[in-house]
Design a protein around this ligand. Structure first.
Ligand code: FAD
Length: 344
């Protein structure tokens, strides 16, 4: 079995297969987890619209703690999974929106608590006196995606799988309606089962079925500050972004969402806007060391479709595409269901 793409989609599938006895070969054009998976804040928050996709996201959220605990036990690596919830904060003028969001979530059985600015500061003392309202969403958790990809890669190889970096899939090969392998610069790699989990660049691979739509990359910029003495326990959601604490002393400030913007660098305007929003929410952030600005492209598909499962027209081809803004949220359920389908 070959998996194209060593991001969260390909690696989570790879481990699900490996732990069931089918050790795959995962190939990546670059290095492990350096696509969109490298940039993600990693928070796990299902959608609000009642839909099969939202149901899948809830299933995934519920299954994630056990999935990650198994992975940590197997590898001895921490993935910094945090379950302290999300505090949505607002300033003067945001009250009606936060109340309405609270009411909708409560009606949908979310575990939510509304509070005023003083209540928010009692939970998170670093918040600005400007914060007038907040809502605690206890269901939201988050994970360090970089650690998670590293741990998955280690677990795959420990179970006999292979990960080959700097090995782009140039073309999918097939004969008489069945997959026969993958053409790479290192030669043809034969296999009767291939999964494509190549994020926003999957459509550059030649030989794909004609019915696969092109990917829609949606750029995002995200920052990190060094925050060795933790300032926040919860993930804070501002009207214009997030503050996401990591146990290793980083504080992640995100994120922009720029459809149609293919600039291949983190632009100064985005950095300025993210810093300004974060410092308004918590003025003490202005004194912290700036560590990193990163950008990446979320892999959207037309109509925000999530494509996973066997391709109907080409035997032996499996897809894990369209993870959009929620690849970490969906990874547990998607990889589990896809592995079950592949193994029959
Ligand atoms: C700024 C930002 C913040 C985000 N925050 C969150 C969040 O908080 N929570 C959440 O759940 N999601 C979040 N996301 C979305 C999440 O990052 C993506 O949904 C997820 O990473 C997609 O994973 P993937 O494996 O499909 O793609 P990728 O991580 O992009 O991996 C695809 C891999 O395929 C490789 N590849 C491409 N073409 C080829 C080829 N021809 N041959 C071999 N390899 C190839 C690439 O090198 C890459 O390593 C965020 C995204 C961004 C950009």
């Amino acid at each position: 079995m070959i998996i194209i793409g060593a991001g969260i989609a390909g690696l989570s599938l790879g481990w699900q297969l490996a732990r069931r006895g089918l050790a795959p070969t995962v190939i990546d054009a670059g290095t492990i987890g350096q696509g969109a998976s490298h940039a993600a804040a990693g928070y796990l928050q299902p959608g609000l619209d009642p839909s099969p996709l939202t149901d899948l996201e809830w299933d995934s959220l519920r299954a994630t703690p056990a999935f990650l605990a198994d992975l940590e036990a197997e590898t001895g690596l921490s993935v910094d999974f945090r379950t302290d919830g999300q505090l949505r904060i607002g300033f003067a003028g945001d009250e009606a929106e936060i109340r309405a969001d609270h009411d909708i979530r409560r009606a949908a059985s979310w575990d939510v608590t509304l509070m005023d600015g003083a209540g928010a500061r009692a939970l998170e003392p670093a918040l600005s006196p400007e914060v007038t309202i907040a809502c605690l969403l206890n269901d939201v958790s988050w994970v360090d995606g970089r650690r998670l990809c590293t741990a998955l890669a280690r677990a795959i190889t420990a179970r006999g799988g292979q990960i080959i970096e700097h090995c782009p899939a140039l073309a999918l090969t097939h004969e008489r309606g069945r997959v026969t392998g993958v053409k790479t610069p290192k030669g043809h790699m034969p296999s009767d089962r291939v999964a494509i989990a190549a994020g926003h660049r999957f459509d550059r691979i030649k030989g794909l079925p004609a019915d696969l739509p092109a990917s829609i990359p949606v750029r995002g910029v995200i920052l990190a500050l060094a925050c060795p003495t933790p300032l926040f326990t919860r993930l804070v959601k501002r009207p214009d972004g997030i503050l996401c604490p990591r146990s290793d002393g980083r504080l992640i400030l995100g994120v922009t969402k720029n459809p149609g913007d293919m600039r291949d660098f983190p632009d100064a305007g985005a950095v300025q806007a993210l810093l300004a929003g974060a410092i308004r929410a918590a003025p003490a952030l202005a004194d912290l060391p700036f560590l990193e600005a990163t950008h990446a492209f979320r892999p959207f598909m037309p109509d925000d479709a999530l494509l996973f499962g066997a391709h109907e027209g080409l035997g032996g081809l499996y897809l894990s595409l369209g993870h959009a803004s929620d690849g970490y949220l969906r990874a547990t359920a998607v990889s589990e269901r896809l592995a079950t389908e592949i193994l029959g």
